[in-house]
Ligand binder design. Structure first.
Ligand code: FES
Ligand code: FE2
Length: 335
């Protein structure tokens, strides 16, 4: 059996992680770092997405600078060609009749294209399921009808993922956005119908004025553990987000507005523009200064409104041993 992808043990085995939005991957190979591994992604002649180890076994050139010929990935340095299994099929300098050494191969990473992303399976290729789970509420909404906002988080996944589940920061971190959807007085938040079982968590965040009165604002929220989140706004507007560790210190994610309404493409494009321009910068400004950078249960005094976050960390610490250990504790003192 081929080994699992999760080289750096950053995530649990046998989970799905987005590599990049499908629309970014055209015919030109793209080099990426994900889960601490160096990966090249490319499309073969049939348009099927592939993911392999990034460096050519010959003289270690970056295959992200290569090209695609038929169903093969071609190295820019000496033109060696690799097929979808990762095996070298041609060494031009030796001629097509030459015997190719078995070690002249690149590692194949199990991946699947679904829901507008290319997903990496953090297990071995033999255990890869035929489908990537998705939030049932989004069934039937074309994922490619909308734009994405990319978020490069200079912080570990254990911190950035909290932002997918933190509802009650909105009135304070994004006051103008909040005023456009709710009232300034709605700062108390309680979960209605909280369900944190299995992999699919649900709850409706109800915002209301402290002490009652006023008009409550409800924001249904779902999480497909560990990394797909959904907020359901009025007028059939959904905010979908997913993320992945680049390595132990950085992560990257995408926010995508999906709209079940007329003019879905335009509405989604405008929402994404607002997100990139006004929402993400405010989040980042706060989050980059948080210490310790890694988050987790040990250094945070979480409250009821953080139920999703607390549950996520409890489960993660169980699944990823050492996830919250700091290599250099001095760099992350909380005092
Ligand atoms: S380094 Fe790739 S073909 Fe030589
Ligand atoms: Fe935010």
């Amino acid at each position: 059996m081929e080994p699992a992808v999760n080289l750096a043990a950053l995530v649990p085995n046998d989970t799905w992680w987005p590599l990049l939005p499908s629309r970014q991957l055209k015919r030109k190979p793209i080099a990426l770092e994900r889960l601490g591994a160096q990966v090249v992604v490319w499309r073969n002649g049939r348009g099927e997405a592939q993911a392999h180890g990034r460096f050519c076994p010959h003289r270690r050139a970056d295959l992200g600078q290569g090209s695609v010929h038929g169903h093969n990935l071609v190295c820019k340095f000496h033109g060696f060609e690799f097929d979808g299994t990762g095996q070298c099929r041609l060494m031009p300098c030796e001629g097509s009749a030459a015997k190719i050494p078995p070690g002249m191969a690149i590692r194949r990473f199990p991946c699947l294209e679904a829901h507008g992303f290319l997903w990496l399976w953090s297990g071995s290729p033999e255990t890869m399921p035929a489908a990537v789970p998705y939030l049932p509420a989004l069934a039937g909404i074309p994922p490619l009808a909308s734009a994405d906002t990319e978020m490069l988080w200079e912080m570990p996944l254990e911190r950035s993922v909290e932002q997918l589940m933190d509802m009650h920061h909105t009135p304070f971190t994004h006051p103008l956005v909040w005023l456009s959807i709710s009232s300034k007085r709605n700062t108390r938040m309680v979960y209605e119908d909280l369900q944190l079982e299995g992999d699919h968590w649900r709850g409706t965040a109800r915002f209301e004025p402290d002490g009652g009165g006023g008009k409550p604002f409800r924001l249904p929220h779902q999480l497909l553990f560990p990394n797909q989140s959904l907020l359901e706004f009025d007028y059939g507007i959904y905010l979908y987000a997913t993320l992945v560790p680049i390595n132990r210190e950085r992560s990257i994610g995408w926010v995508r507005y999906l709209v079940k309404a007329p003019f879905s493409r335009a509405l989604s494009g405008i929402s994404n523009w607002l997100e990139a321009r006004f929402v993400q910068p405010d989040d980042l400004a706060v989050l980059l200064a948080n210490r310790p950078a890694r988050g987790g249960l040990q250094h945070q005094c979480l409250v009821k409104a953080d139920s999703f976050i607390a549950h996520w960390h409890r489960r993660w610490s169980h699944l990823v041993p050492g996830a919250y250990d700091e290599a250099n504790p001095k760099a992350n003192t909380s005092s």
